[in-house]
Design a protein around this ligand. Structure first.
Ligand code: NAD
Length: 498
């Protein structure tokens, strides 16, 4: 028996062992403040990424190198056919399931926003992301033969992910993009990229082990505004997919590349009293408290018809929420918003204080001057319709409840608060006329009736899930078809079989 050990075998063993050691980025200090989670200042890019066992497994400091590697991986994936895409989808889903607790904690430790139980659920929920089966070709058959329209890949997609769900957004993007035959290069949020780098490396190592493709889901380390600009300009990147607030949407739209933009929201809820108030309150608590209200689809402000508001607020308390008094809301408001000088046209412009974004109700309670009981899901209070908590997408587990005199007034105020993002809205009602009127007025991408916001993503309602909801550019909840170009193949006068 031959015992010859060649250089390649040794390298593979070393890679395997290093891979099992966790694939972590070198330990670095975690940012002490979510304020530091802003896009980093223009940082000089390091020259090279340290290679693991001579390999990169998707982690790059240089955007152009990452794009070239991703392009090579795209060509390799094309060679593996549909079976190869299915393998990638399964690998990413299995890893998210197996590592949900580890990666959920990693992300929470880095970002310090949200809740561990929901971070775990968001990773386990990757099972519900559609894969290759979503791509059904469109066929035509007639006197002039047959025609097939197919959903073909773009090649390399440049993706930007938010601080609010870093690994989950990257994972579902990889699933959707690879199911459609693409490779990706990610520019994560500067305050949430270390966890994403670790996960990306693990994904690529596993994909490499099974398919021999090393850089299918590349990620830039560290992500900067410069690396985003380089990504946007690279010739291999055919499409951008950005998930985040107004800044990144604007930057993507101005990049010159086609952009799929999953932008901001400020989802309103209307409670008209015709349906079960207890269910409405339960749903509002479930959705508004989810990951401490970090979800872009999450309930952000609630309009309730006057005769029902007291019973509705009592039901909120029953479902684990704590009501704040007016002075407590005022203290919280002072802490939750800052007014940087020089912004606004002559008058100060409110900006959400990132120190309180996604923090636990107990932290918000302290800011409001109250100790809330352990296990509190949400804080709430009755406010005016023009309150900052209503107008701003504040992403905190505090909900303003607004009293309205009519459904018409509630719809008009909800439309104003939604700011034309056309993102998400909820109604609790058994009156189809009210439902129809609100849906028509707000024109949101997601409109959920008698459920929590998460029902719109298949959690308690019918439908598939994704953490990128292309509201601004209109593709809707992203799925493999979002990342395809349609190609038509025509056979003239033949192949129709009857
Ligand atoms: P953010 O806008 O601060 O950052 C999002 C991403 O964009 C980050 O990677 C950031 O580094 C990058 N970015 C920001 N400004 C940029 C610029 N000028 N150029 C290039 N890149 C830039 O948002 P966040 O706090 O991380 O996430 C919360 C926001 O994202 C909320 O507005 C929320 O509604 C939205 N969001 C939307 C969806 C959706 O599917 N529609 C999903 C999640 C989050």
């Amino acid at each position: 028996m031959s015992t010859a050990i060649n250089e390649t075998m040794i390298r593979d063993v070393v890679e395997e062992v290093l891979g099992r050691l966790g694939g972590g980025a070198p330990a670095r200090p975690v940012p002490t403040s979510p304020a530091s989670a802003q896009p980093a200042p223009l940082a000089p890019a390091a020259a090279t990424t340290p290679r693991r066992g001579g390999r990169r497994f998707g982690v790059f400091t240089d955007a152009d190198e990452a794009c070239a590697a991703a392009h090579e991986a795209y060509l390799q994936l094309s060679e593996r056919g549909v079976a190869g895409r299915n393998q990638v989808v399964r690998i990413v889903k299995d890893l998210c399931d197996a590592r949900a607790e580890e990666w959920g904690r990693l992300e929470l430790d880095e970002t310090r926003i949200g809740r561990l139980d929901h971070k775990i659920e968001k990773l386990k929920g990757q099972r519900g992301i559609p894969g290759v089966e979503f791509l059904q070709p469109y066929a035509l058959s007639g006197d002039h033969g047959i025609t097939l329209e197919e959903y073909a890949p773009f090649g390399v997609i440049g993706a930007v992910t938010p601080s609010t769900h870093s690994i989950p957004t990257m994972a579902c993007n990889i699933i959707s993009m690879a199911a459609a035959g693409n490779a990706a290069v990610f520019n994560a949020h500067p305050g949430a990229y270390r966890c994403a780098v670790q996960a990306a490396r693990v994904f690529n190592e596993a994909i490499h082990r099974e398919l021999g493709i090393e850089n299918l889901a590349c990620i830039l380390e560290p992500p900067t505004l410069e690396s985003f600009a380089a990504l946007s300009k690279n010739e291999h990147v055919k499409v951008l997919c950005v998930t985040g607030g107004p800044g990144v949407v604007k930057a993507a739209m101005q990049s010159g590349k086609r952009a799929i933009c999953a932008g901001p929201g400020n989802p309103p809820v209307l409670v008209d009293g015709t349906s079960c108030l207890d269910n409405a309150a339960r749903c509002v608590v479930l959705g508004g408290a989810y990951d401490n209200n970090l979800l872009c689809i999450g309930e952000k402000e609630v309009y309730v018809l006057e005769p029902f508001i007291d019973r509705f607020m009592a039901a909120l308390e029953k479902h684990g929420s704590v009501r704040l008094t007016d002075p407590q809301v005022e203290r919280l408001r002072q802490a939750a918003f800052v007014f940087p000088p020089g912004q606004g046209a002559g008058c100060p412009h409110a900006v959400v204080n990132r120190e309180l974004v996604g923090r636990d109700p107990a932290v918000l309670g302290q800011a409001a001057g109250i100790n809330v009981p352990a296990g509190t899901q949400l804080l709430f209070a009755e406010t005016g319709a023009d309150d900052l908590f209503v107008e701003e997408e504040q992403m905190m587990p505090f909900l303003p409840i607004v009293r309205v005199k009519s459904v018409e007034e509630g719809i008009a105020l909800a439309k104003k608060a939604e700011q034309g993002y056309k993102h998400s809205a909820m109604i609790h009602s058994h009156d189809v006329a009210h439902m129809t009127a609100m849906a028509k007025a707000l024109e949101t991408t997601l409109f959920i009736k008698n459920g929590a916001c998460v029902a719109g993503l298949g959690n308690g309602g019918e439908g598939y899930s994704n953490f990128s909801i292309a509201t601004t550019t209109g593709e809707g909840i992203c799925n493999p078809r979002t990342f395809t170009r349609v190609r038509r193949c025509v056979m003239v006068d033949k192949l129709r079989i009857f």
